[in-house]
Structures are given as C-alpha cells and as structure tokens.
Design a protein around this ligand. Sequence first.
Ligand code: HDE
Length: 712
Amino acid sequence: MAKKTPTPTPKQIDLDKDTRSSTDQFLTTNQGVRIQDNQNTLKAGDRGPSLLEDFIFREKMFHFDHERIPERVVHARGAGAHGYFQPYQSMAAVTKAGFLADPDKQTPVFVRFSTVVGSRGSTDLARDVRGFAVKFYTDEGIFDLVGNNIPVFFIQDAMKFPDLVHSIKPEPHNEIPQATAAHNTFWDFISLMPESMHMILWAMSDRAIPRSYRMMEGFGVHTFRFVNADGKGTFVKFHWKPMLGVHAVAWDEAQKISGVDPDFHRRDLWEAIESGVFPEWELGVQLVAEEDEHNFPFDLLDPTKIIPEEMVPVQRIGKMVLNRNPDNFFAETEQVAFHPGHIVPGIDFTNDPLLQGRLFSYLDTQLSRLGSPNFHELPINRPVAPVHNNQRDGHMRHTINRGTTSYQPNSLGGGCPYQAMLSEGGFSSYPERIDAHKVRDRSASFSDHFSQASLFYHSQSPAEQQHIIDAFSFELGKVTYPHIHERMVGLLTQVDEDLARAVAANLGVAVPHEPEKPMNAGVPTDADPEKYEPKAAKPPIDKSAALSMENTAKNTIASRKIAFLVADGVSLSDVKHMKSAIKAENATVELVASRLGAITTSDEESLSADKTFMTTASVLYDAIYVPGGEKSVITLAAHADAIHFINEAYRHCKALCFSNDTAPLISKTFIDVQGDSGVITGGNMQETSRRFIQAIAGHRFWQRELVRKVPA
Ligand code: HDE
C-alpha cells in the first residue's frame, strides 16, 4: 500500500522549526566553521603527537563523550510515533476540556510504548507490562495520559514503588537477570504483598507478551475526574481500544523472537506506519457520577481494581491515529517527558494514593534524566499553546525572555503575564471537600486483594488459563527458594484452588489443605495487623467477557506478515494469486527461500526472495503459505530448515496454508491435515485464499497446544 503523507499538525509545524536536514550542506563545527578534513587529527608531523589546539577534534570528541543520558529508571526501552486524536462527539456535558469538545477538531499526539523492567537495549518480547503514554498537544496546554496495557497496578500506595522496582530489576550483586521478573527477589516481594495478586494474574497472562504495540489495550489505571463548565465533577476511567483487536504471541515464540529480533515491536510499529496501515485506537471512558462513588463493592480510589465493563460500559468517545514515525529517536522518543500531572482544564486527579505519589515522581525524574528544569522547552515536549510565566534561567535555557520584570505582581511590566479568569481558560483545581486527620494509613476499603484476581482468572478461556498456569510455573520455577514457592501457592489458593494446585504440581510443592491466611508483610509497626489483613470478598460479578482476549476483534488481517516458502520451480500463479488476495487485505508477504536472489518459477519466470531460512524465522510471521510447483515442494521437503519453519509455526498455533501438490512436504511435518484446525489445504484458489485469510484473522488455534506434537 502506498504511504499516505499526513497533513502536518500544528505540532509538526512546531517541530519543523528545529528539524535539520544536511542534504547539500557543508560539514561544519558547532560554531558553523566549515571543516576541510574530517579524517585526520592535527599533528606535529604526520607521524608525530596530536596537538591540543585541535579545536575541531576536541569539539567532536567532547560531544561524543557526552552523547548518552541516563535511561529511564523504569520504562527505559520504548518506541514512539506521532499522530492525532479526534473526538466522535462533544463531551462538554461532563468535561470542559477543549480537545474533547469539537468532533471537527484534531489534536496532535505523540505516543511512547515501552516495556517496564529491561534497560534500553533489552528485548521487546520480555514478559512485562507495557507502557502506553500519550501526549496530547491541546490548545489549552499539554495533557499526558500516562497509562499501561494492564488496567491495575501491583501496589496501592506510591510509598512502595521503589521497593517493587528494586525487587524486579536485575539483582544488585550481579545485575542478573535482565528484563524479567523470573527471579528470587521479585517473587520474594510479591509473595509478601497480597495486594499485587490481581496485577500478577494479568502479568502472567498473555497480555504481557503482546503480538504488537498496535494490538494492545491501554488504560489510565487510576480513577481520574472530569470537570464540566459548571464545575461538576464525574469520575472517569480511561481506556484505549485497538481497532486491530488485542492479540498475543505464544511464550515459546516470545523467547525465540527475543533472540532473532529483539526489536520486534519497535520494527512492527515503524513498518506499519511506513506502509500506511496506520495504527488506530478508540478512546473509551467509564463514567461514574460522584453520587455513585460508594455504590461499588470496591473502592474507586484503589488502583488494584477495575470497574468491570459489565457494571459500567466503556463509551467510545474518539479515535487516535498514529501516522508519522519520528525523524530522530533520541530527540523525540528518548527526550519526550511524560507526567501524569500534565493536565488541562476539564480533567483533574482523585485521591488514589498511587496517583498522588506519581504526581511527584514524574517531574522529579526528568531532572536526572534530561538534566534541567527546562526540559519542557525541548521541541518534543513544548506545548503548542503559548507559554508565558516568570520562571527564568537554569541549564540550557532556550527562551529569550524580553523585559525587566520576572516577578508578580509588577507594575513595570504592565502586570504581565496576567492570571487568566476561569472564563478565559484559567485552571482551577476541583474544590473537593477534605475533612480528615493527617495519618499514615490505608483505608479498610482497600483490603480485598483476591476477588478481582479470581474474576480475571475465571473470565479467561481454557487456553488462556493454561497459559497463566504455565507462566507461573516458568517464573516461579526460576526461583530457588522453596519457601517462596509455598508462599505463592498459598496466595494462589485465595484466587483459585485449581490454579494453585496446577502451579504447585509443577513446582513440586504441596497445596495447603486449609487455605492459610496470606502473609502480609506490608504492615507498619505499631499498626493493628488485623486491620491490614486481606479480607475475603466475592467478585463483583462472576465473569467479564471483556477480560478475555478470546473475545477480541478477529475481523482483519491488516498489517499481518505472511511468509511464502519457495524454491526453484514454484508455481508463479499460486504465488501471484495468494499474494494479491493477501495484499488486498493490507497485509504483507515475504518470500522465504534457502538463498537470496532470483527464484525460477515452474514456467521459467523469475521471482526474487526477500529472506532466507538463515536471515529470518517462523516466529516473525503470523502465517505461512506453501505454494505448489513439484520441484519447489520436493526441494523444500528435503530442507530441514524449511520443515522446522513449518513445524514451529504449527507449534505456535498459526494459520498454515498448503497448495494442492504439497503432500510430499506435509508428510515430513507434524501436521495432520485432516484433524488440525487452522491448516488449509488445496482446492480452488479463490476459496483457499478466502479460508486462509479468515484463519489468519482468527490469530491462533490454541487447541493445538493440547496435543503438543512438535518438540521445541
Ligand atoms: Fe510510572 N514512572 N510510576 N507508572 N510510568 C515512570 O517516569 C512511577 C505507574 C508509566 O514513555 C518514570 O519519565 C511511580 C503506573 C509509563 O516516558 C517514573 C509509580 C502507570 C511510563 C515513574 C508509577 C505507570 C512511566 C520513569 C507508582 C500506569 C513511561 C521515567 C507510584 C498508569 C513514560 C519517567 C514514557 C515512567 C514513576 C506507577 C506508567 C520514575 C512512582 C500505575 C507509561 O517517574
């Protein structure tokens, strides 16, 4: 598909002021002096020592020496893209936010997706939470929706965040392991932290190994507040719903992708945008009237709880489209600075104690990362709304403020810049009434830690439940302390007895007969431990269809990647027909052969191979097609790598399609063409391609896992 060039947004026009291209330009120093020799240092004789006066060399090396900045303490690895957001209708009844008021108005956005635990160079396919941070450049200032692809969090209070992160990061003595929770310290912490159980169930589910950033949901996690022009507040939970559905890879596949293409998600996002199949999400909101705050069996301020969609439906209020890749990774994706405290009139916080702590952390962290309180002046961070205030100076100040006054009130500067009235868009915080004692404490309404973990588990399909069991068994299997296994199994009994039994069996530990009281080490000294004891509660509903990826959209193959396995003698008409059927659905085809270069077809035409069995792997594709052509089929049947390619895709439950005369190849694989779903063979080309496309849209045929035929 030809790439569409998006119309520049106001933010792009703003960024263009700082964008440079060196085409047809001389090489210069940073002071603009033209350089005549960029190959040799200045020396005393051509075999002599280098001279200190070589300002060109020193400037070049000085800059290089300082190229790196500290990576983010969490969410270090990420990928970003530009786009826009457009509401479907005015939301003025509940919020005065201008960017949600006018269905004709597009607001520029920059989005950064990330993993949480790994460092900048780690793999994209780690089992991890994914960050989903959106910067809206609204006319009223920046609004950052700094969310994740999981709707709840591990802890209820920001005080515990450094402990959580220290436990999951590589262990301090040897900095092992990288980008994974599967080690002693994390599970030690979690097994002592019952409030983490809901999030842990999500993290052990396939949500933590997405097929693509483009196929993830996003969540604001906390309950926020909308405020309308009359000052009336409404609680709001934010959701992003991907138009391509929510899909994951298999765990075995994730581990292999981490080896063959650690940039898998980054590349996937980049390529989708370059090819013009723009990633899209709908913005959803769950609205709760203030009067209903206490009508739920959980606390709206508790970030370990969702509001099930069956209780409060998600209203889809607009769409976000990502249509432009960054020009420069460092300047944009690395330097972008998100902060949940960047809000605009019409949006406000609640007292969620996790959110309250975040409001300190994000601003603070930019100082050590970007090195200056002027980070907001970096092109990617500056708003399109005008900025005027009396803040001055600091490292790397860009703005040149005119005038003699940098204080308020002033008369010498005519009183400028002046405060805005409410009617002029001035921000005023929601005047929530607070009448309380100052305490370090947690509300009793935060003490149900298991009911929503159970709801999540019970809402999964059998295959998804098995994947959760497998993930617990893998992660805890890497833990070398049996008492941590036992504590975790004890906690899992509170979520689901069968889950606990299955995990215990894999770990070789016993399930406690009577579910024990879970240990909760997160109790302050001098506090009444009873008060902190988790309370058993019934889930708000028994099952929620929205929680299972099985029920997601499966109606498109747009942007999916399909491998065609070919060799000399392949049927050109098979290749052509299938390729055009797949391309018509906006998906991509790559021809994979044993070598690069021209492949001669059965009718002596020539095709060009895109990849070889050495340069690619089945795990990088969504589906596989083997076209006919006797000679090609026989060659592939004799090629161990081709057979492995097919078997591996089969093991990962992908759609496979074989042309008519491919029996000699199929017979070398583990595939049973009669009994295996998602395997399409022979027949009329039109019908075959239709069935194949439908199978690819179905994503995976997990039932194949029940009979694990293919060795890893
Ligand atoms: Fe973050 N988090 N976080 N977080 N977070 C950061 O800010 C923090 C939390 C999230 O692409 C840091 O600029 C605390 C929840 C995303 O640049 C830091 C707490 C959610 C990103 C920080 C949380 C998130 C971050 C590190 C608990 C989902 C990446 C670098 C109180 C709603 C943004 C930075 C990007 C990044 C602190 C918990 C999402 C240190 C203290 C809950 C998507 O400020």
